[in-house]
Design a protein around this ligand. Structure first.
Ligand code: ADP
Ligand code: GN1
Ligand code: MG
Length: 366
């Protein structure tokens, strides 16, 4: 069934003449559209998304999380007298019947946000200053949410970064080999098997009470922060579907995974793939300048968190490859396996730099 995007957009509280609606962004999960509107002669844009309800199985609960988070951020921005608060946090546009989403007759779940103007996202960053600013923005986001009033946010995807359950899912996919792809991944499975124990360290330290749970973003991929066109600062943290209890280190790890990457996540020429030291340094400086809450145990694991998250995401890509590409959007055959291979190449590069990175973290004054 084809979707009438204009009729869908008209279900939200927007005014004026709805113009072009086009696909937007390079996210792997939701269907994102840019909606252009003519508001009595003034062009205005919105972001409209079809929520991936195979992954986020309770969209009203998900949107309740997002409204609580964005309301809290907006209150803080207003209290601090921040410049342009509507660019600094997402603004949910209600539907005509006053809900934070629209559920259409075919069963699709939709939402709409103000379009953040004068800023953009990067899939691969170009300069260490961008890493520095992105890390500051994500740390500020964690700071601002530290006093979110109870109740606890809903876990939109339980065990999201839990390496034990992610490895169990990989084992199950390998065991069933539903698509006959196991034969392609012997090297990757060997890579995984030799690291099962070491990659559980953060989880174990959390379970022993050494590393605390906090409210975290959980998807701090570099293209989930908007960078200002004029001054290069991190304007707004977006993609709030997985904001929930988690470890700050998982957020920092995903910044390392994506901001230090020297090539695209799906690069097939592995000689181009690596984790850049200068970007790592900028991330640590940016993050530590704002994340004042970090405990010594967390600081100690900052460099290692990159290996853990990059490994975990690699395991997830590999699992999805074996399972027949059912989770991440793919655009070519073998796409998930290509992504898995870049992740594992990055892990190797991070391992080779581990000593130098830990020394840098230790030496850094804040
Ligand atoms: P996904 O969960 O699929 O990654 P995102 O919410 O991250 O979806 O959106 C995909 C892309 O759309 C982002 O990387 C960003 O470039 C763009 N985008 C999302 N929300 C906005 C917004 N409010 N204003 C401008 N661009 C946005
Ligand atoms: C997905 O939604 P997006 O593209 O920002 C995924 C992340 C992965 C990432 C890998 C909800 O992020 O966990 O790290 O792809 N999001 C979800 O690029 O699974
Ligand atoms: Mg995204």
């Amino acid at each position: 069934m084809s979707i009438d995007l204009k009729a869908t957009a008209a279900q939200f509280q927007i005014f004026g003449d709805i113009g072009d609606i086009s696909n937007y962004g390079s996210g792997h999960i939701n269907d994102t559209y840019m909606v252009q509107l003519n508001l009595a002669g003034r062009p205005v844009r919105y972001i409209m998304q079809r929520i991936n309800s195979a992954i986020f199985t309770n969209p009203p609960q998900l949107m309740d999380n997002i409204c609580r988070v964005t309301d809290h951020l907006r209150q803080k921005l207003n209290a601090d007298g921040a410049d342009e608060p509507s660019r600094r946090t997402l603004t949910v546009i209600p539907s005509r019947d006053g809900k934070s989403y629209y559920h259409d007759a075919a069963g699709n779940w939709w939402r709409m946000y103000l379009f953040i103007e004068g800023a953009r996202t990067f899939d691969v960053i170009e300069r260490p200053e961008q890493a520095y600013e992105a890390a500051r923005a994500f740390a500020r986001f964690q700071n601002q949410l530290a006093d979110l009033p109870a109740p606890r946010l809903a876990e939109t995807i339980p065990n999201f970064h839990n390496i034990r359950t992610r490895l169990a899912a990989l084992d199950a996919a390998a065991e069933s080999d539903c698509c006959g792809r196991l034969k392609d991944v012997a090297d990757e499975l060997e890579f995984v098997n030799s690291r099962r124990g070491v990659m559980s360290r953060l989880l174990e330290r959390h379970e022993r009470g050494e590393i605390p749970e906090r409210i975290t973003h959980n998807d701090t991929k570099i293209n989930n922060v908007m960078i200002d066109d004029r001054d290069g600062t991190g304007v707004c943290v977006i993609d709030l579907d997985t904001v929930m209890p988690g470890l700050a280190l998982y957020d920092f790890g995903d910044m390392i995974r994506t901001a230090t990457a020297s090539a695209a996540e799906d690069e097939t020429d592995l000689s181009k793939v690596g984790s850049r030291f200068d970007m790592f340094e900028a991330l640590v400086r940016g993050y530590r300048s704002e994340a004042r809450f970090l405990l010594p145990a967390e600081i100690e694991e900052l460099a290692f968190s990159g290996q853990v998250i990059t490994f975990t995401i690699g395991v997830r890509f590999l699992t999805d490859y074996l399972a027949g590409d059912v989770y991440f959007k793919t655009h070519r055959p073998g796409h998930n396996l290509d992504r898995c291979r870049t992740q594992f190449a990055m892990v190797k590069d991070m391992e080779a730099q581990a000593e130098r990175r830990n020394a840098l973290v230790k030496s850094m004054e804040v």
